[in-house]
Design a binder for this molecule. Structure first.
Ligand code: NAP
Length: 327
């Protein structure tokens, strides 16, 4: 099994595929063999453009192919659970784009399907595999920051296209699902726990989804987190982690590249730490191969994905009710 080459199929012609295609083509243990689209013409033209050997009309046709081992689910958020579950039952392993699901019932159904089929399924939070994130986790584990106190973060950009699926409430639209999921995921990873309580405020757009969202999370041990996200301000993203002995400023937390810098303050000094990174999306591809071929647990567990969805849902509930929500 360890020598097998995994054959991947792209579920849709989504824009984000272009981030995964180069690492799939570069990897020795993975091979991109197919793409599916809702129409044959679109699948054919995509396959031609990206030099993908097979093009399927309709997603079921890809899932039914015996020549595919792993599905990359890059559908709109509201379709993730349905097609991840179908793919698992068709015997495929699945790397599913974030957020893996937009309700806890969907998350539970994915967990059931993974258990029943014994297939690997993981959420595509690519930043979790990058050397910068691993370095930050190491600094937290070795106590460089002292006792954790506060985590802050942001992810915003201008969403300019009126027809974007991110604006559609029926397809899991909204800025907290699209980009807020990153600082929330990052804060939960740093805290090493699920929040006990959250509070959220949102500004909604014409379709009813949140165009911007601001939230707070209270974690065990008097650790607090604040974040904001949105579709209505220029690109802005950062994370900060403050402990009793040190503070970390992370200017590029979610899409780090091959060379990054983080800033570590302790006493009255701020040190620049240089990080030798890697191609951002290779990590999630190799993590899937480790899980499928070597039997290692994926770096992002389904419990972790469920925790992120539960936190987002609680924040949305708080924004609707105007009250704090306990988890
Ligand atoms: N990890 C990252 O860095 C990152 C970055 C961007 C996006 N994402 C995630 O990736 C996913 C896709 O995002 P994207 O911006 O790449 O999406 P997109 O370009 O809008 O593509 C979504 C694809 O889904 C298919 N689709 C099926 N039913 C659809 C419907 N009712 N309406 C629209 N499209 C439908 C279409 O493919 P066919 O026409 O071929 O069937 C479409 O090309 C989202 O979950 C998003 O959160 C992740």
């Amino acid at each position: 099994m360890a020598d097998k080459i995994l054959r991947w199929g792209l579920l849709s012609t989504a824009n984000i595929n272009r981030a995964l295609i180069p690492p799939l083509k570069a990897s020795k243990r993975n091979r991109l063999v197919a793409v599916a689209s809702r129409s044959q013409a679109s699948a054919d033209s995509y396959a031609h453009q990206w030099k993908i050997p097979r093009a399927f009309a309709g997603y079921d046709a890809l899932l039914n192919s015996r020549d595919v081992d792993v599905i990359y689910n890059s559908l709109p958020n509201g379709l993730h659970a349905e097609w991840t579950i179908k793919a698992l039952h068709a015997g495929k392993h699945v790397l599913c784009e974030k957020p893996m699901a937009v309700s806890l019932a969907e998350m539970d159904a994915i967990q059931d399907a993974a258990r029943q089929t014994g297939r690997v399924v993981a959420e595509a939070f690519m930043y979790r595999h990058h050397p910068q994130t691993l370095k930050i986790k190491q600094m937290l584990a070795d106590g460089s920051l002292g006792k954790l106190q506060m985590i802050k973060g942001s992810f915003t950009f201008m969403l300019e296209s009126a027809g974007d699926v991110r604006l559609d409430p029926g397809l899991g639209g909204g800025s907290i699902w699209d980009v807020g999921c990153y600082p929330i995921s990052f804060a939960r990873m740093v805290a090493g726990a699920e929040p006990l309580e959250v509070f959220g405020w949102q500004v909604t757009g014409q379709s009813g989804i949140d165009m911007s969202f601001t939230g707070q999370m209270r974690f065990p041990g008097d650790v607090y987190a604040q974040f904001d996200c949105g579709f209505a301000s220029p690109f802005h993203s950062f994370m900060e982690i403050v402990g009793t002995q040190g503070a970390l400023n992370i200017p590029v937390p979610f899409k780090p590249g091959k060379k990054e810098k983080i800033y570590f303050s302790h006493g009255n000094k701020t040190e620049k730490q240089e990080i030798k990174g890697q191609e951002l999306y290779i990590g999630e591809v190799e993590d899937m191969a480790d899980a499928i071929l070597l039997g290692q647990p994926p770096r992002i567990s389904l419990e972790d994905s469920r925790g992120n969805a539960a936190t987002i849902l609680a924040l949305l509930e708080s924004a609707h009710s105007g009250k704090p929500v306990a988890l």
